[in-house]
Design a protein around this ligand. Structure first.
Ligand code: ZN
Ligand code: ZN
Length: 210
């Protein structure tokens, strides 16, 4: 699912990307894997022709159970930036970590997709903090995680105060969302251990911290 006020346009650094059509305040839940997203089971992934798998893996997320999920409503077109304005550290949804202005590209950090082991890409964001080669192993880097944590916890403190267009779907699917809405803002309290790449609807009953 993808929040409102976001449109697909030509991108400076990629062919296309997602752009805010209105101001989106920090703390807004931007997207989450939902039951309407396309999904291929581990067995279906194994049976995909190589080129088809490569194309899907470019836009989709390989989940911890070996299945592949392609986010719906164009959310799969969200590009990477080393200064991403959307992060998901320890959350099963992406949250705006700063105000996103109308016309600004909406970006996330592909290094947060830690379940997609061994995946990498050359980044062209050209930002001052650009890491060049982006790998999912970077998601475990303590320095990077400290910075992500500060940004995500700041966003969680705003979550209850801003309009949440994805409120209904997140209330149903996301325990971290329910906790944050209830006033928890420390990641240890909010996170169930299910990352955006391991959403609970895929493996209901996945124990906390697993
Ligand atoms: Zn979806
Ligand atoms: Zn970069």
């Amino acid at each position: 699912m993808l929040t409102k006020g976001i449109d697909v346009r030509a991108s400076r650094t990629h062919n296309v990307g997602l752009f805010a059509t209105e101001t989106i305040p920090a703390g807004t839940a931007i997207w989450n894997p939902c039951t309407k997203c396309s999904r291929w089971s581990k067995e279906e992934v194994a049976a995909l022709p190589g080129a088809r798998f490569a194309a899907l893996d470019t836009y989709g997320h390989l989940l911890s159970d070996g299945s592949l999920l392609l986010p719906c409503l164009g959310a799969y077109l969200m590009n990477h930036s080393c200064e991403a304005n959307v992060l998901d550290l320890g959350l099963d949804f992406g949250v705006a970590v700063r105000d996103i202005a109308a016309g600004e590209e909406v970006t996330c950090d592909y290094a947060t997709f830690v379940e997609d082991i061994g995946w990498s890409m050359e980044c062209r964001c050209r930002g001052p903090r650009c890491r060049g080669l982006i790998t999912t192993e970077q998601g475990g880097d303590p320095e990077i995680r400290v910075r992500w944590r500060e940004q995500v916890e700041g966003a969680l403190r705003q979550l209850a105060a801003v309009d949440q267009p994805l409120h209904d779907v997140l209330t149903e699917l996301s325990e971290p969302y329910r906790r944050a809405l209830g006033g928890m803002t420390a990641l240890e309290q909010v996170s169930t251990g299910a990352s955006v790449c391991a959403p609970s609807f895929v493996s209901p009953g996945r124990p906390a911290g697993a």
